[in-house]
Write a protein that binds this ligand. Structure first.
Ligand code: ADP
Ligand code: MG
Length: 399
């Protein structure tokens, strides 16, 4: 990576302001259901504490829309962080005129201690990248560290604004270990992939992913398309797709790609009359989808064909589930691809999973430790693969 990291600066005894992505899923009672994002930031936080830094942590959580709302408090996150780090962790309180508790943080900062600011989205100034908020945050630290890959594609006060202010004050702004790892894995994969380089795209957000197809296609050896994305291609080829997902705005684009021999489409799919795990399933050719049915997974021939390509690859990037994996009867395609990727990893390939739902699927199906890298950034990993510059990364000091 061409950006400085925490290893390139002296943090001993310094106040280090760290942007992390603790936007963690919670259940209705507020309990954390998946703490991977907190765990992923631990190497950076532990390193800073070991170096004798005073750590101030900031993150957004959910969408409180600029209001102080207890539902979006970082209280359960700070508690979990305290358990994981086993040390001195305190959370500031939101007060009138200071929703992030910045003044309290100033007074509480001490070496060996972690002060967690309240939800950065308790004020609209965060997403507006407001310069007053950026300046106030900048007063908290001698060094800025961005370790929030999941938020790096947004130019907000806590990601880009504060880094710019601190740099203008001669303070370092550097990457944490997680941000560095994300950029190294994704960056190497798209810049100098070991070949064959295979990309797999699926999921439901076709419009978001079209720019990724355009960016990846010239670079990959094969592009496998599954999930809800595939049906717009069949429609473009003139086939019946029944009640399957369709993005009419993308028909022309899909048509233009039909002759590209790097693109591999499913040849069979699993259909059902309703979007329901218990609906009767049938496997059909993708050229013979009944009008009253909906394609919900790739079929066994496709799993076999995709798996063969994946297993002979040296670099694999996967974004988007192959079917509606949340329903167990339509998870076979996603499971099959995860299994093929795990085998590729074993054979020495670099395997990368990006995308929020894809990462959740790999975790749920039990393959998480068999991938080279699972990105913590859904939107950010897509924008990175599209080749878009990430504002939270650009703002950091060059090496
Ligand atoms: P990611 O978060 O990994 O980028 P997306 O958000 O684009 O992926 O899509 C994930 C969703 O796509 C999942 O909830 C999954 O159920 C859905 N999906 C996959 N295949 C289909 C399909 N054939 N029809 C409808 N939805 C699908
Ligand atoms: Mg998603």
């Amino acid at each position: 990576m061409n950006k400085k990291t925490i290893k390139d600066v002296d943090v001993a005894g310094k106040r280090v302001l760290v942007r992390v992505d603790f936007n963690t899923p919670q259940d209705d009672s507020g309990a954390i259901t998946d703490d991977r994002r907190i765990v992923a930031a631990l190497p950076t936080l532990r390193y800073l504490l070991e170096q004798g830094a005073a750590v101030i942590v900031m993150s957004h959580l959910g969408r409180p829309k600029g209001e102080v709302a207890p539902k979006y408090s970082l209280t359960p996150i700070a508690a979990r962080l305290k358990e994981l780090i086993g040390g001195n962790v305190v959370l500031t309180s939101a007060i009138d005129g200071d929703p992030l508790g910045i003044e309290e943080a100033k007074a509480a900062t001490a070496p060996g201690k972690v002060v967690v600011l309240e939800n950065t989205r308790y004020t609209d100034a965060e997403e507006a990248n407001d310069s007053t908020l950026s300046a106030k945050l900048a007063e908290l630290g001698d060094v800025y560290v961005n370790d929030a890959f999941g938020a790096a594609h947004r130019a907000h006060a806590s990601t880009a604004g504060v880094a710019e202010v601190m740099k203008s004050q001669g303070k370092p702004a550097v990457a944490g270990f997680l941000l560095q790892k994300e950029i190294d894995f994704l960056g190497n994969a798209i810049r100098n992939p070991e070949r064959p380089f295979v990309a797999i795209l699926g999921g439901a957000k076709i419009k978001d992913k079209i720019p990724v197809i355009e960016k990846l296609l010239p670079n990959v050896d094969s592009l496998l398309i599954g999930g809800g994305m595939a049906y717009t291609f069949y429609k473009a080829a003139g086939h019946e797709i029944g009640k399957s997902l369709l993005d009419s705005d993308s028909l022309e684009f899909c048509k233009s790609l039909l002759c590209d021999d790097k693109i591999v489409l499913p040849t069979d799919c699993v259909v059902a009359p309703d979007f329901d795990n218990n609906a009767p399933r049938t496997t059909v050719k993708t050229t013979a989808i009944p009008t009253d049915q909906e394609g919900l997974d790739i079929g066994p021939d496709t799993i076999a064909a995709f798996s063969e390509i994946i297993k002979s690859a040296k670099t694999v990037v996967w974004n988007g589930p192959m079917g509606v994996f949340e329903m167990s009867n339509f998870a076979a395609g996603t499971n099959g691809i995860a299994e093929a990727m795990a085998e590729a990893t074993k054979k020495g390939a670099t395997t990368i999973v990006g995308g929020g739902d894809s990462a959740a699927a790999v975790e749920q199906l039990g393959y998480a430790d068999q991938m080279s890298h699972i990105s913590t950034g859904g939107g950010a990993s897509l924008e990175f693969l599209e080749g878009k510059p990430l504002p939270g990364v650009i703002a950091l000091d060059d090496k």
